[in-house]
Design a protein around this ligand. Structure first.
Ligand SMILES: N[C@@H](CCC(=O)N[C@@H](CSS)C(=O)NCC(=O)O)C(=O)O
Length: 280
């Protein structure tokens, strides 16, 4: 086992190096948040951001460096072995495999992770998908010394949630808020008015320095902040009426894997395991 570089130590060092620039740094009226997690915050967090290039999905590993408990947020089926191996390399025990919502563009890896590790799967109650644990607004997800808060952020789907990590000033927004964008609202109970309300009342009311990590990015961006999105999001800075007009005219192609993904994700804890694995 390799002793991992704890995120906090790594970013604290980076922060020290660029501190002078950061404190002076203001552009377009935005204070540039150059840290991942609060440099004055807890030191016992392990953080990794993984990418699936087929669906452009981000998966997040959050681990407690002290107790070694960890969770994976939005794992993708085809990347499960890669992501699980990292938990093993870092000496972590997977407690929960967590979904932000019932995805339409890829098959969740949560069921497969459950089979591999004995972890519990999590999705929102409103999603009506199967899982071991169903969460709703204000619930907590605890791993080791850490706690995520569940914020209900429907609109892309009814069951979309954002996982807010108050002690670190970070939130995982799923498809509710993407970097300079947002989740589409043209299928799966999508509703632009509901999404507009979710983002404005739940995400944009978090502290402006909160760093936001989405479930996807299609342009290579990895992270943003509440302050940035409040200033520069081309859709969500508009009035509700203009937003609805934009969302109703996106004319996006349906996700390529939708016919495979939706039935599999409705039972995310049950059968989404590769056939070759079932034979073993
Ligand atoms: N081309 C991709 C699907 C792209 C897409 O529709 N993304 C969704 C999130 S996954 S359901 C979305 O909400 N996009 C918003 C946007 O503005 O792009 C594929 O075939 O998988």
């Amino acid at each position: 086992m390799v002793k991992p570089v704890e995120s906090q130590d790594y970013f604290t060092t980076i922060y020290k190096i660029i501190k002078e620039q950061v404190t002076m740094s203001k552009f377009n009226g935005v204070k540039i948040v150059s840290r991942y997690f609060s440099p004055s915050g807890e030191k016992n967090l392990i953080f990794r951001q993984f990418f699936d290039h087929i669906s452009s999905t981000y998966t997040y590993l959050l681990g407690c460096a002290k107790t070694r408990e960890c969770i994976l947020i939005d794992p993708v089926l085809e990347q499960v072995k890669r992501d699980f191996q990292v938990t093993q390399d870092l000496g972590l025990k997977l407690k929960y495999a967590v979904n932000t919502h019932m995805h339409a563009d890829h098959v969740t890896g949560t069921g497969y992770l459950r089979a591999l590790s004995g972890c519990k799967t999590i999705i929102s109650k409103t999603s009506r998908a199967q899982a071991d644990i169903h969460v709703e607004e204000n619930d907590s997800i605890c791993f080791g010394d850490h706690e995520l808060k569940v914020l209900s952020t429907p609109g892309h789907t009814n069951g979309c949630v954002t996982y807010y990590f108050p002690s670190q000033g970070v939130a995982f927004t799923g498809d509710a808020l993407l970097i300079r964008g947002c989740g589409r609202t043209d299928f799966q109970e999508g509703d632009p008015k509901i999404l507009y309300k979710s983002v404005h009342s739940k995400i944009f009311t978090l502290p402006e320095s909160t760093l936001l990590f989405p479930a996807h990015d299609y342009k290579g961006m990895m992270c943003t902040s509440v302050e940035e999105e409040k200033k520069f999001n081309p859709r969500l800075t508009k009035s509700e009426q203009e937003f609805v007009e934009i969302m109703n005219n996106l004319n996006l192609a349906y996700p390529q894997q939708i016919d495979r993904a939706l039935p599999a994700n409705r039972v995310c804890g049950i059968y989404d395991i590769p056939n070759e694995e079932k034979k073993n």
